[in-house]
Design a protein around this ligand. Structure first.
Ligand code: PMP
Ligand code: GLN
Length: 387
């Protein structure tokens, strides 16, 4: 293994899902739903397979039906117009979109600013591109409005002459933070002022609760031309195994990302692209029902974790809850998560893996709530019993 990748080892998600299987624990670690997406969309995939749609190499940029559906979705939800031929690229999940974007845009030695804690593939992809990651840490706020917030001065101070791009993620995994319009505006102003590209991972765009609203960075002044927006069918339609994602951006940025993508996978998952095109056209009631279902599950798990003694940072978005384990008399999230299956029959993720500043992330542990209600109830019972 080369030096760029040596530090990364096996992803925490593989490690913890294996532990869940071997200990027969409830897996609230890796973020995947335990019920599949809409029946009619599964049927659409079967139809595509049967009718020979996409069984051979689909077009490099993605099938026209899906590119058109992605553009229509961005227009309908956010008023963002994209040319499906030059401004949309289909990828093998958001994971490939992240990799191809960073490989295409980062020169060796370039600095990439990422919000810390960051989704684990960001660090590995920045490294593969030869870039240098510069984490800007989201700070925990305790009490009534507990949550992790961006310090805009820290962000501004992190920009140097070597900064190539800002890698933003909202709604944010693992903290559940949804950046506010004011924060997004400040990020946009900074990007314009310092002439930076922005890559924004918005795979949880539909998973926002209560008063929170997801606003794409590309909608802010000066951002449309300098922003690469990443989306995925995995989260929105509960098909994480299909690996269909996409990039929307200005033509020259999409062309750059495509240059890298063509040598990573060339193309991906033909029949599923047709099915996801249909999914993106589902009526608003689908998206509202998804949100309502997850909001109820968030509330169930959040109050259960609080009753079990955790400090809970109630998420405004995503399907993750970050907790602080210090009220339980614990301080090392790694040790806690490795012991939890034995102790309680539950698996969670230590947030420290998402930090360069490991000690800052040490007391935080993430639980996923994209699970059936009875599974969450049983997990809560077990956590309370073991507390
Ligand atoms: N970005 C974030 C923030 C994620 O949480 C995930 C999924 N865990 C991905 C990207 C990857 O998405 P996909 O499964 O579509 O590759
Ligand atoms: N995005 C999911 C999570 O954060 C897992 C993705 C993966 O396993 N690579 O849990």
């Amino acid at each position: 293994l080369n030096r760029r990748l040596a530090e990364f080892g096996t992803t925490i998600f593989a490690e913890m899902s294996a532990l869940a299987l071997s200990t027969k624990s409830i897996n609230l670690g890796q973020g995947f739903p335990d019920t599949d997406g809409p029946e009619e969309i599964r049927e659409a995939a079967v139809r595509a397979l049967r009718d020979g749609l996409g069984n051979q190499y689909p077009p490099g940029p993605g099938v026209p039906e899906l590119r058109t559906a992605v553009a229509a979705h961005q227009q309908r939800r956010y008023g963002l117009r994209h040319d499906p031929d030059t401004e949309v690229l289909v990828t093998a999940g958001a994971t490939e979109a992240i990799a191809a974007t960073l490989l295409a845009l980062v020169e060796p030695g370039d600095e990439v600013i990422a919000l810390e804690p960051y989704y684990d593939s960001y660090a590995a992809c920045i490294a593969m591109a030869g870039g240098r990651r510069v984490p800007v840490t989201l700070r925990p706020q305790h009490g009534e409005n507990a949550g992790f917030r961006l310090d805009l001065d820290e962000l501004r101070d992190a920009v140097t002459d070597r900064t190539r791009l800002l890698l933003i993620n909202t709604p944010h995994n693992p903290t559940g933070t949804v950046l506010t319009p004011d924060e997004l505006r400040a990020i946009a102003d900074l990007a314009v002022e310092r002439d930076l590209l922005v890559v924004t991972d918005e795979v949880y765009e539909h998973l926002v609760f209560d008063d929170a609203e997801h606003l794409p960075l590309a909608t802010f002044p000066g951002m449309r031309e300098r922003t690469v927006t990443i989306g995925s069918a995995g989260k929105t339609f509960s098909f994480t195994g299909w690996k269909v994602g996409w990039v929307t951006a200005a033509p020259e940025l999409v062309a750059a990302v495509r240059s890298a993508k063509q040598f990573l996978t060339y193309v991906s998952s033909g029949p599923f692209q047709y099915a996801v095109a249909e999914a993106l056209a589902l009526p608003d009631t689908y998206f509202e029902a998804l949100r309502a279902d997850l909001r109820a599950k968030r509330d169930l798990l959040a109050s259960g974790l609080a009753e079990a003694g955790f400090e809970v940072f109630r998420p405004a978005g995503t399907y993750f809850i970050t907790t602080d384990i210090r009220p339980l008399g614990e301080s090392d999230g790694f040790a806690f998560c490795r012991a939890l299956p034995e102790r309680a029959g539950v698996v969670a993720i230590p947030n420290a893996v998402f930090y360069d500043h490991r000690e800052t992330g040490a007391p935080f542990v993430r639980f996923a709530f994209c699970k059936r209600t009875e599974v969450l109830e049983e997990a809560v019972r077990r956590l309370k019993a073991s507390a």
